[in-house]
Write a new protein. Sequence first.
Length: 198
Amino acid sequence: MSDNLVIRILVDVTNDFVVGPFGSEAALAKAGTMLKFITLEGGSDELVLATWEDHGPAYADNHENLKFAVPHGVRDSEGARLYGAIGEYMQQKISAGDPRYHLVVKDRFMAYGSDAVISRIIAEYRPDEVHCEGRGVTFIIAGLVTNICVIANAIYLQGAFPWARVVIDADACVGVTPELHQAALEVMASMAMEVINR
């Protein structure tokens, strides 16, 4: 088992963001790359967390919703589900009891409170080790979309786990536009995050 704990986080690769109201041909084209991103080898001791948005009735008056004004991530809707083979793969692994795979539900751009969830997952997976404030932890982040949810979650995790190494897998991310994708990568790189596979 490696001393460093690697946690792969796939952000919001749901039907709404691939083939729904916020979907794009670019996102659809990257679905295979994103599936590969979360596929672990048999002996790997990395963790995989997949997030998706779950908007209940209270979201209607949320500032985020008022700015976007396009329903998405609606609780119990098909659009809120993880997309295609990615959702099937995650469900297969979790149903099989693989302790490396986890789902994280969030109610906005960033997974507010996810630091507590992630800390609990780390403690359960590595009960004999201490990864206080991210010591010995590497987060590798990918998903949709680079300039909104990916960057929001990367910044949130960097603040919540100040000792962690934060890596962005650019090839497994898609922005609203190619220009916004590149701009978000530049911002994250300027914040001491490592951007790979550009």
